[in-house]
Design a protein around this ligand. Sequence first.
Ligand code: PLP
Length: 405
Amino acid sequence: MVDVEKIRKEFPGLEREFYGRRLVYLDNTATSQTPRRVVDAISDMYLNHKANVHRGVSTISQEATELQEETRRKITAWINASSIEEVIFTRGTTEGINAVASSFGERFKEGDEIILSEMEHHANIVPWQLLRARKGIVIKVIPLASDKSTLDMETYRRLFTERTVMVSVCHVSNVLGTINPVEEIISIAHSHGVPVLIDGAQAVPHMRIDVRKLDADFYVFSSHKMYGPCGVGILYGKKEHLESMPPYQGGGEMIEKVTFPHTTWASLPFKFEAGTPDFVGISALSAAIDFMEEIGMENIADHEEELLQYATEKLIAVPRLRILGEARHKSAVISFLLGNAHPYDTGMLLDKLGIAVRTGHHCAQPLMSALGIEGTVRASFAVYNTREEVDILVNSIKRVAPILD
Ligand code: PLP
């Protein structure tokens, strides 16, 4: 069981008031709130351990390095990677996908095909389009099934040809909440000898991830969505792939020996970590993992599932409210439309009632086109949200509905 009241004490921001009402923060898909221990870790790092990592003989530099590397070890165990060599620090999911598209994609030839899905975030579309402009690859798309919530797996199977070189799909949709059958997606791709990147931005904060069980070739996620600091992300890659890939960026830290005629690369994972990393944020991410592990990933998942069920039941009973995304396996993300109201207007009025939701296309314009809409209102939940907050959301929607529709 999750002791939400105790958990909320770690988040002073949740006590803030807007327009005379206590904040109801339901924009966790965009970014989660940050517990005090993570902010304390950032502040401790800045105040007491700030020295550049990997460069110094000084004790303080070694201390900073150790704090950064402790996070790498923790992540390695947490996602069940084989070794720390497979865990690369990035700025976030976006950078992780760009790194793979740019570096792994370097080997692709004109006419090679990659498979994405219709429910991808722009972060898992545009990097591949940049690669297409450079290499002349072809992008194929797994469409939504007729339920407009899940992927059409039959079509997915048929998209493979002898030219298919990569599959890249999200684990959880940031709009529909759909939890994709990534194990099956990966195993189908592997049966064709095709590697798979999984965009785990919306999965990692909500469920236990085992990259080896999934057999993912690449798995990317962002710290700021999992109670950690901004500006930090993880790119997991199988060692055999990472070893075969050229560096993504050049600079300090990622080299072994530099001469003007020739430069050799540092070993993994440093080959992909050019320049000074955000070692403050990286070390503080460790506290975010502790926070989640103390509660337990299974307990987080159960709590959020209960909120999802409760909120869905209440929301479908609201007249003229339509939920988009009704997959059976769903994360606690609810996109909805209220009659003919523009999502922006709904979001703005809810804000005046102290509720933070997100409105718009959610960086998934192709998905909006597939759904035949311009945008949605999205309420998304984290471990600190409560049933009482769901009630406030539902009552507030009922209150604003007559004004809007
Ligand atoms: N992928 C998905 C599914 C997302 O939801 C997001 C952010 O909302 C991203 C990628 C991009 O993450 P970031 O902006 O942290 O790089």
